[in-house]
Ligand binder design. Structure first.
Ligand code: FE
Ligand code: CA
Length: 522
C-alpha cells in the first residue's frame, strides 16, 4: 500500500487538527508482528459509504492485546476491485489506547449499491486481510433485489462457527443483520459432556467478565475465530446487541441479580464501550456513561427501510422476575409498560409512517408474537416475561402504529431464543388464529445450545401456537431474498456445531407479498 508523501502530510495535518495532538506523539516503531489478528469488518452502509473497522491486537489475549500504550497511525484504502488497482478513497486514522486500538472510519464519497474492497496497514507490519462491503442503493432507487443474512447468539463454548463460514459464502449478500449475543459474559466451563447440561466444546478464557479489560479480552477471543472473521470480511454487518453483551436478561438499569442500579451502570458502561470498540458502527453509536444510541435506520432505496431496534436499553424491568420457568407469572401480570421507551417508540412510529418503501424490516432481538411455552401435559398457558409477551401494552401500541399507517409490509427479524421460529403477529393476543399484522422470522443461534434436538418433542409448541408456521431446535441462520413482488426467507440449518466442519442445508422457505402479512410455503 502506498500513500504519496503530500497525501501523508495532508492527512497527518488533518488528524492533528481533529484530535489535537501532534504528529510526534504517534508511535513510530514497527509493531513487529501481525496486528490484524482480529480481522476487519464493515458496517451500516449508506448510499455513499459505510464504516470500516479493525483493531490492532498482535497478541489478542494478552494485556492490551499486546499493544504499546501509544497512539498508532493506521492507513486505509477502499478500492473498486479486489486487487486494489482502482483505489477510490484512502486516508490515515489513529488507533487510540483509550479505544483498545480500534479503528472506525466512516468512508464516504462512494457510488451507491456496488461492491468495494477495503484494507488497513500499519508501518512496518503486515497489511490487513481484505474485506468487501456493498454500499446501500440511492434513496430514490427502484432496487431490483436485496439479500440479507441474519445471525447471532454465538456462544463460543457451545459450538463452532461453521454457520458463519457458510453464510459468508452465500452469493450477492447486501448485508448481515446480527441481532446480538455476539459474546457471552459467563466464565469458563469444563470441557465435555455434563449430565443434563450443554456440552462445552471449547473454553472461554477467564471467569465472568465485569471490567472493560475483561470484555475486551472476551471480544478478542471470539473475534479470533476464522469463520466469524470470514463473515465480516464477506459482507457489511448491521449489528445490534442483546443481553449477553452485558449480562443475562439485563434491561435498562437492572441486571438479573438485583445489583444496585448505580453499580450495574458501571458494568454496562464498560461493556458498551467494549461493544463499540469491536463493532463496525458509526460515531452516532459512541458510548456514554448513560448508555448509547443503538437504534437507527438503514434505507435501501424504495425497496426496504430497516429499523434497527434496541429492546434492552430503554425497557421497563421484566414482570415476575426474569425467568418464567422458575417464577410462574399469571397472564394478567404481563403488563410491563414499555420495551422501546418513549423516544424510540415515537421514532419508530415516525419512521414507519414516513418510509414509503415496499417493505419495512424491524430488525430486533426478542420475540414479538405471543408464545405459549406450556409443557406438553400442562393445561394452562405459560408466557415468558423477557419477551414482548411481558409487555403487552407496548406490543399493542406497536400493532396500533402499524395499523394506523396502514402497513401490510412489516417483517420482523428476531433472535435471542436460539431456535428457528417462523410465525405471524396476531392483531389480538387472545386470538392467535385471527387477523395478522406482521410476519416474524426468528433466526436460530449460530452455536448457542449446541447441536440441538431438531423437532423432537416440540409438537406441542406448534399445537399450542396456531400462529406458528415452523419451530425447530437447530442451529443456523436465515437468508432474506427481497424483491418488489415478494419476500422470501430461507431457513438454513446446520447438521452439527459441536464438531468442526458442519454442513448447511435449507430446512424450509417462506414467501410473503407486501399486500398482506401472510406466510406461504416457498
Ligand atoms: Fe443467546
Ligand atoms: Ca439473548
Amino acid at each position: 500500500m502506498n500513500l504519496d508523501r503530500r497525501q501523508l502530510i495532508k492527512t497527518a495535518g488533518s488528524i492533528a487538527l481533529i484530535t489535537g495532538f501532534s504528529r510526534s506523539a504517534l508511535f513510530a516503531a514497527p509493531l513487529g508482528a501481525n496486528p490484524f489478528t482480529l480481522g476487519v469488518a464493515a458496517g451500516d452502509p449508506w448510499p455513499d459509504g459505510f464504516v470500516i473497522w479493525t483493531r490492532l491486537a498482535p497478541r489478542p489475549l494478552d494485556e492490551h492485546g499486546g499493544m504499546p500504550a501509544a497512539r498508532v497511525p493506521v492507513r486505509w484504502e477502499v478500492a473498486e476491485d479486489e486487487g486494489f488497482s482502482r483505489v477510490v478513497r484512502k486516508g490515515e486514522s489513529v488507533a487510540l489506547p483509550e479505544l483498545a486500538h480500534s479503528v472506525h472510519v466512516e468512508v464516504d464519497g462512494l457510488q451507491p449499491h456496488r461492491p468495494y474492497w477495503y484494507r488497513f496497514a500499519v508501518a512496518g507490519s503486515d497489511v490487513s486481510p481484505v474485506g468487501m462491503a456493498r454500499t446501500a442503493p440511492a434513496r430514490d432507487a427502484l432496487v431490483q433485489r436485496l439479500r440479507i443474512g441474519v445471525g447471532g447468539c454465538q456462544h463460543y463454548e457451545m459450538g463452532y462457527y461453521d454457520a458463519w463460514k457458510h453464510l459468508a459464502a452465500e452469493p450477492d449478500l447486501d448485508l448481515i443483520f446480527h441481532y446480538g449475543d455476539y459474546i457471552y459474559e459467563g466464565g469458563t466451563t469444563p470441557l465435555g459432556p455434563r449430565p443434563d447440561k450443554w456440552t462445552a466444546v471449547r473454553q472461554h478464557v477467564g471467569g465472568e467478565i465485569y471490567s472493560i479489560d475483561d470484555y475486551r479480552r472476551r471480544y478478542a477471543q471470539y473475534k479470533s475465530d476464522a469463520n466469524l472473521q470470514a463473515a465480516h470480511a464477506a459482507c457489511a454487518f448491521a449489528v445490534s446487541f442483546d443481553d449477553h453483551e452485558i449480562d443475562n436478561n439485563w434491561v435498562s438499569d437492572f441486571d438479573q441479580d438485583g445489583t444496585s442500579p448505580e453499580i450495574f451502570a458501571l458494568r454496562r458502561y464498560a461493556a458498551l464501550q467494549a461493544w463499540y470498540e469491536h463493532m463496525p458502527v458509526r460515531k452516532a453509536q459512541f458510548p456514554t456513561a448513560g448508555g448509547l444510541s443503538a437504534y437507527r435506520r438503514l434505507d435501501y432505496g424504495r425497496l426496504m427501510r430497516m429499523h434497527v431496534l434496541d429492546t434492552r436499553s430503554h425497557r421497563a424491568d421484566q414482570p415476575c422476575g426474569d425467568d418464567f420457568r422458575k417464577n410462574p407469572c399469571p397472564p394478567e401480570a404481563h403488563m410491563a409498560p414499555t420495551v422501546l421507551g418513549d423516544a424510540q417508540e415515537n421514532w419508530l412510529d415516525q419512521g414507519l409512517g414516513s418510509a414509503g418503501t415496499t417493505w419495512n424490516l424491524l430488525a430486533q432481538q426478542i420475540i414479538v408474537m405471543p408464545v405459549d411455552f406450556r409443557e406438553p401435559d400442562a393445561t394452562e398457558a405459560q408466557f415468558a416475561t423477557d419477551l414482548w409477551d411481558g409487555y403487552r401494552p407496548a406490543r399493542k401500541r406497536l400493532i396500533e402504529s402499524i395499523q394506523r399507517h396502514k402497513l401490510s409490509n412489516v417483517v420482523i427479524a428476531t433472535g435471542d431464543h436460539h431456535r428457528h421460529l417462523v410465525g405471524s403477529v396476531p392483531e389480538n393476543d387472545e386470538n392467535p388464529d385471527g387477523q395478522k399484522v406482521a410476519v416474524e422470522f426468528q433466526a436460530a443461534s449460530i452455536s448457542s445450545e449446541g447441536n440441538g434436538k431438531g423437532e423432537a418433542g416440540l409438537d406441542h409448541m406448534m399445537r399450542n401456537n396456531p400462529h406458528f408456521s415452523l419451530y425447530t431446535d437447530r442451529r443456523g441462520y436465515q437468508l432474506f431474498d427481497i424483491t418488489r413482488e415478494r419476500w422470501k426467507t430461507d431457513v438454513k440449518v446446520m447438521d452439527r456445531v459441536e464438531t468442526p466442519g458442519g454442513q448447511i442445508s435449507t430446512l424450509a422457505s417462506f414467501v410473503v407479498t407486501p399486500d398482506a402479512p401472510v406466510l406461504h410455503r416457498g
